[in-house]
Design a protein. Structure first.
Lengths: 255, 194
């Protein structure tokens, strides 16, 4: 089997016209212009960018379209966009702005038929599902609306349901690890290892050192790593991550 | 400045390819036959999606004859992803649909014994030209071309998937050079200028 390269994917969370970052999806700090961050990550060797509008459902979408347009003017790698996408028209507008794929969370949990609709028009490769999970008691639940609403579905239930659909990729975000810089949630990693997932998977949440990233890639069959805090605050750079992983023979795209 | 016409079939992200071509020359979009400007040096046919849908759109938009004429005059044509596949004679994806036949050979489904199908991500491409280093490029496709003449294949993934095909004035990329970072833009630029 010829395996594809493992991807390093900066995640840019956007509120109005700002790049923001929180801790466990709360206490959001404004960090600057997302277009400048996107250009920097592209120049530094990112394999893909994920852009998430965290308040898309509350305000107008024009801000997001404008930001995606400006980013795809400058960035020549795949750009995936999510946040409050509810209709085929939303998706067509994003395509016009240069988006390559869409990322869906809340609307998939509310109306799973939406996924079929997307795949029929744009193809499976066009669709990424984001799972945003929070541990409540001893169970991992899938949250909606940027962590504000509980769908009452557990991660394992939701993954079983999603396995019946044709999906390009699944991103698993640990809300409890988000912004904490303590590595990816190990209990959650165990659950994911035991669970059959028949499409590429990307992990997100808490990965803030090169060692965190290497340990994940060494021990599990993950297709991509999503990073925010560690890159936004300049704790590590994409170049340094890649240099180290190449030295450890991890199958990664050179810079 | 090189004048580049980009065919817009309306089924994929056209903005990135237009942006990439504008870093190389003077690019404009061709939505139908009458959009074509005189003295167009290079025509680019990008695309993602189904082979028969691609051929149907080329005929509906009255663009097929334009491509045949451009190729006949030995002007340069560049196909990207589905664009390259449409340059072939026929495809397993659409039995009974005839391709543009600029390159002899067919389009086949990628064998899932060797690859995760569809390809979606970065794979190393080795080039026959020693001056071009092996690098990773971004692929997004379930089918691949099989030119009858092996010597037309100028780059491939593991000698299995033809990735860069050149037949005289006809150039084809199976990957997306416009989504493959700086080295993708460079190879696209070199192919357009060569």
């Amino acid at each position: 089997m010829n395996s594809e390269k493992i991807r390093i994917i900066p995640k840019l969370e956007i509120k109005n016209e700002h790049l923001i970052k929180g801790v466990r999806y709360e206490g959001l700090r404004k960090l600057g212009n997302p277009v400048e961050f996107a250009k920097k990550y592209f120049n530094d060797g990112a394999d893909q960018l994920n852009i998430i509008d965290i308040v898309a459902s509350l305000y107008s979408r024009d801000n997001l379209y404008d930001i995606v347009n400006k980013i795809t003017d400058k960035v020549y790698i795949p750009v995936c966009v999510g946040g409050g996408i509810k209709s085929i028209d939303n998706i067509k507008s994003l395509l016009k702005c240069g988006a390559d794929r869409v990322i869906i969370n809340s609307e998939a949990l509310r109306n799973i038929k939406f996924l079929e609709e997307i795949v029929n028009i744009f193809g499976a490769q066009f669709l990424t599902i984001s799972i945003e999970t929070k541990k409540i008691g001893s169970e991992y639940f899938c949250m909606m609306d940027h962590g504000r609403e509980n769908s009452n579905k557990t991660v394992t239930q939701w993954l079983s349901e999603l396995n019946k659909y044709n999906i390009g990729e699944i991103i698993i975000n640990s809300i409890d690890s988000d912004g904490i810089e303590n590595g990816f949630d190990e209990d959650l990693l165990h659950i994911l290892k035991d669970k059959e997932i028949n499409c590429p998977k990307v992990l997100s949440g808490g990965l803030s050192t090169i060692d965190h990233i290497y340990k994940i890639l060494e021990n599990s069959n993950v297709d991509g790593i999503s990073l925010a805090t560690s890159l936004h605050f300049n704790k590590i750079t994409i170049q340094d991550i890649k240099k180290y992983l190449i030295s450890k023979n991890i199958n990664i795209n050179s810079v | 400045m090189i004048k580049i016409g980009i065919i817009n079939l309306g089924i994929n992200n056209i903005k990135s390819i237009a942006g990439a071509c504008n870093t190389i020359g003077d690019a404009y979009l061709i939505n139908c036959h009458s959009d074509v400007e005189k003295y167009t040096d290079v025509i680019v046919l990008p695309g993602n999606g189904n082979f028969s849908e691609g051929m149907r759109l080329l005929e509906d938009l009255n663009i097929k004859d334009l491509l045949l004429e451009h190729a006949h005059k030995k002007n340069k044509l560049i196909g990207i992803c589905l664009g390259l596949q449409l340059f072939m004679e026929k495809s397993d994806e659409a039995k009974g649909t005839k391709g543009l036949s600029f390159i002899k050979g067919d389009v086949k489904k990628i064998d899932s014994k060797n690859f995760k199908v569809p390809l979606l991500g970065w794979y190393d491409v080795d080039f026959s030209n020693e001056l071009i280093n092996t690098k990773s490029f971004f692929f997004n496709n379930g089918y691949m071309v099989e030119p009858k003449e092996q010597k037309l294949i100028k780059g491939s993934v593991n000698n299995i998937i033809p990735a860069y095909v050149v037949n005289d004035n006809i150039y084809g990329f199976q990957f997306h050079p416009e989504k493959s970072s700086f080295h993708g833009l460079k190879l696209l630029g070199d192919s357009i200028k060569e």
